[in-house]
Design a protein. Structure first.
Length: 444
C-alpha cells in the first residue's frame, strides 16, 4: 500500500495551510476586510513573533527558533496560539526539508509535527478550509507510527471537514484493516476504485489484491468472491487466475468446505484458464478424476502434463494413475450403452454419471445432452449437475448458456466454485486454452 512519506509532510502542510502565509507583523486589530474574522494580537506577542517571521523569511532558522519559542510562551489567546502554531509548522517544514530516508530522523520529524498540528486542530480560530488538510497530515503521522486507531480518527476528521484525497482514503482503508475492521477497510477501497473508474482510470492491481488478501481471512465468502471476480475482471492474467483459484479453493477458509468434486471442478477451471503450472497440479488433478470414477479424464490429464513437459516420463505417480485409469476405462464399458440405459431410467442419476464421463472425455455435446436429461428426470444432486452442465457448455463455447447454469447453483460450497466459473464465462478470464482435460477422442 502506498503511504505518504514522512519527508513529504512538510510540503503537504505548506501547500495546504493558507495561514502559513499570514504575517503576525501585518495582522491588525481592525482588518480592512470586515467580512474576515479579526485577529487580535497583544503587543507582547507581536514583539516575539515579528522577528521570528522575519528570520524565517531570511532562512535564519536559529533566530526563528528563539523567536517562535518566545512567541509560544507569550501566546495567551486563541488568535495568538493559532499564529504561534503556524509559525512552528513553518519552521519545522524548513528544518525537515532534507530529512532524507533515515528512519530515526523521520520519526523525530513526525514527533515534532504532532504538537503544533494538535494545537491547530483543537483551536477554534483555525479556518475551516485548513482543518481537513491538517487532520490528514496528523493522520499520516499516526499511520506512520502504526497508531491505527488515531489514524482512523484523524482521517475521519479530515473527511468530515470536506477533505478528499485518494492517498488519504487508501491510508484510511489500511488503518481500518489493521484494526480488524475489514468491512470498513473494504468500503474505503471500494470508494477509491469506483472514483478511479468514474474518471475512466484503471485502479492499481494492488488495491484488488489487498482487498482479496484481507477478505480471505474472513468468513465472508460472498464478499471474497465478489472482489476476486472484480480483480480478475480488471487483471485477467493466467498468473492471477492461478493465484485466485489456489488461494480461494485450496488455502483459504473456503478450502475446508470443498470436497473432491468441487476441487476437481477448480482444476478444470485452472485448465480452462491455462493456470495448470507444475507437476503437482497435473498429478493431483488426475488423481481426483480417477478417485471420482473418471478414468478417461485422469488419463488425458497425465498425457497433457507430459506433453507440457511438467510430468517426467519416468514419474512413478503418473505411471500408477495411468495404470489405474486404464483399468477403469476397460471396466467402464461402452458409454453409448450407458446413455441408452439412462434414457429409459426413471431417475436422472445415471444420465448425470454418464454425462460426467463424456465431460471427462471432452465430448461436450453428448455431456450437455445427458446433463439436461438428468435435470429433466430429477437427480440427487442438482447443484453438481448444474455445475457440470455449465462447464460442458462453457468448454463447448456457449458461455451465455453456461452463465445461466452457474447462476442456478444454489448452495455452498458448489456455489462458490460456480462463482469463479461464472467469472470465467463472463469474459473475465483468458480464452479457454483447453478442455477440462486435453480431451481424448470422443468415445462410445
Amino acid at each position: 500500500m502506498t503511504m505518504i512519506s514522512k519527508a513529504a509532510l512538510a510540503a503537504l502542510l505548506l501547500a495546504g495551510s493558507s495561514a502559513l502565509a499570514a504575517s503576525p507583523a501585518a495582522a491588525k486589530d481592525k482588518q480592512d476586510d470586515q467580512a474576515k474574522p479579526q485577529i487580535k494580537l497583544s503587543d507582547e506577542f507581536r514583539k516575539a513573533a515579528s522577528p521570528a517571521q522575519t528570520a524565517l523569511a531570511a532562512g535564519d532558522l536559529a533566530t526563528a527558533e528563539t523567536g517562535i519559542t518566545a512567541a509560544e510562551a507569550a501566546a495567551k489567546t486563541d488568535d495568538e496560539k493559532y499564529i504561534a502554531a503556524e509559525l512552528r509548522l513553518q519552521l519545522l517544514a524548513k528544518q525537515n526539508a532534507n530529512v532524507g530516508t533515515d528512519a530515526a530522523a523521520m520519526a523525530r520529524a513526525d514527533a515534532a509535527y504532532k504538537g503544533p498540528l494538535d494545537s491547530l486542530l483543537s483551536n477554534p480560530k483555525t479556518p475551516a478550509d485548513q482543518r481537513g488538510k491538517l487532520a490528514n497530515a496528523r493522520g499520516q503521522i499516526a499511520s506512520n507510527e502504526k497508531n491505527y486507531p488515531d489514524a482512523i480518527k484523524y482521517f475521519t476528521m479530515a473527511q468530515q471537514a470536506g477533505y478528499s484525497d485518494p492517498d488519504m482514503t487508501l491510508a484510511l482503508a489500511r488503518a481500518k484493516m489493521q484494526t480488524g475492521d475489514v468491512a470498513g477497510g473494504i468500503a474505503a477501497l471500494d470508494q477509491i476504485i469506483k472514483a478511479d473508474e468514474a474518471k475512466g482510470q484503471k485502479p492499481p492491481e494492488d488495491f484488488y489484491k489487498y482487498a482479496v488478501a484481507n477478505l480471505y481471512k474472513t468468513d465472508d465468502r460472498a464478499a471474497t468472491l465478489d472482489w476476486v471476480k472484480r480483480w480478475l475482471a480488471a487483471y485477467p492474467s493466467t498468473a492471477n487466475w492461478r493465484n485466485a483459484i489456489i488461494v480461494f479453493g485450496f488455502q483459504g477458509p473456503t478450502a475446508a468446505r470443498l470436497g473432491k468434486p468441487e476441487k476437481l471442478d477448480l482444476y478444470r477451471l485452472m485448465s480452462a484458464t491455462g493456470a495448470l503450472a507444475d507437476r503437482g497440479d497435473y498429478i493431483e488433478y488426475a488423481q481426483y478424476a480417477n478417485d471420482l470414477g473418471l478414468p478417461d479424464e485422469a488419463k488425458a490429464v497425465i498425457a497433457k502434463g507430459k506433453a507440457a513437459g511438467k510430468i517426467p516420463a519416468s514419474d512413478s505417480d503418473a505411471a500408477a494413475i495411468s495404470k489405474a485409469a486404464a483399468t477403469g476405462i476397460s471396466s467402464e464399458g461402452s458409454l453409448a450403452s450407458l446413455a441408452t440405459k439412462a434414457a429409459s431410467s426413471a431417475k436422472g442419476d445415471l444420465a448425470q454419471q454418464t454425462a460426467d464421463a463424456y465431460l471427462g472425455q471432452g465430448n461436450y455435446a453428448k455431456a450437455i445432452e445427458l446433463y439436461k436429461l438428468a435435470l429433466q428426470k430429477g437427480v440427487s444432486n442438482t447443484d453438481l449437475t448444474n455445475m457440470h452442465l455449465g462447464i460442458a457448455e462453457a468448454m463447448s463455447g456457449d458461455k451465455a448458456a453456461a452463465a445461466t447454469q452457474f447462476a442456478a447453483v444454489a448452495n455452498a460450497p458448489a456455489k462458490d466454485v460456480a462463482g469463479l466459473w461464472s467469472a470465467y464465462v463472463s469474459g473475465t478470464g483468458s480464452a479457454a486454452v483447453a478442455a477440462p482435460a486435453a480431451a481424448a477422442a470422443p468415445q462410445g
